[in-house]
Design a protein around this ligand. Structure first.
Ligand SMILES: Cc1cc2nc3c(=O)[nH]c(=O)nc-3n(C[C@H](O)[C@H](O)[C@H](O)COP(=O)(O)O)c2cc1C
Length: 215
């Protein structure tokens, strides 16, 4: 059982965690990084397959290459946002800046072959391997927040560009690029909400009873 304070701390980190896009160059202490990775590794996974790996990138040269891959994709995506293009690509541009600024970028990967061809429970929905990896990333995000560190998720890149840059084998999926570091301004609300892009929906509207659409 959790004490009242412990329970409050769990909810505090869930509600306060934010996606961050600007970082200070201050290095991340080894023990904090280790805590974050250990939290990731304690995520649930289908059939306990633990499909993840973590490629920790701290060299400026490699971070530049990853930023290049994201920027290439940003420019390709711009065609889809003819009206709002400038706003959209500006937002993604900030994330690219974040990739270069943060002292560390972690590429979290998913190996669909781990555990062989009959991972318990994965036969019906094969993408449960990636869902497991997403659980690991959320654990990292919460642990980073608890450690006073900021994290930003970048998912706009061509997987093969990231495979080439980090020497990842062709069957392994690069699921996310995560910038991690200290920040001077940890947002109090989602940045896309503050920028009037999206609002948080009311949870009541999303809950049905017994049948779809039955409130
Ligand atoms: C699967 C996933 C992919 C994401 N990819 C990006 C991304 O490519 N670029 C970006 O700016 N934010 C990305 N984000 C961050 C979201 O924009 C952010 O989580 C959302 O706006 C809510 O804000 P919050 O995390 O501060 O609550 C991603 C988040 C998730 C869960």
């Amino acid at each position: 059982m959790l004490s009242r304070e412990e329970k409050d701390a769990v909810y505090k980190v869930i509600y306060n965690r934010r996606d961050v896009r600007s970082f200070l160059p201050t290095p991340i202490p080894e023990d904090k990084l280790h805590n974050i990775l250990k939290a990731a590794h304690h995520a649930p996974s289908v059939g306990f397959m633990q499909p993840w790996n973590f490629v920790i990138v701290s060299s400026d040269e490699t971070k530049e290459k990853l930023a290049w891959a994201a920027d290439k994709e940003r420019r390709a995506l711009a065609i889809h946002y003819e009206d709002e293009g400038e706003k959209e690509t500006k937002f993604l541009g900030l994330k690219i800046q974040g990739l270069k600024e943060a002292p560390i970028t972690i590429c979290v990967t998913c190996d669909p072959t781990r555990g062989g061809s009959h991972v318990l429970g994965r036969n019906s929905i094969p993408e449960t391997d990636m869902l497991s990896t997403a659980c690991a990333i959320q654990n990292m995000w919460l642990a980073a927040c608890a450690e006073g560190l900021a994290m930003g998720w970048v998912s706009f890149y061509k997987k093969n560009d990231v495979r080439d840059i980090l020497n990842i084998p062709p069957h392994v999926e690069p699921i996310a690029l995560l910038s991690i570091g200290y920040t001077e301004n940890y947002p109090t609300a989602p940045i896309l909400e503050t920028a009037n892009w999206e609002k948080r929906r009311s949870v009541e509207d999303l809950i049905f009873t017994d049948q779809w659409n039955n409130k």
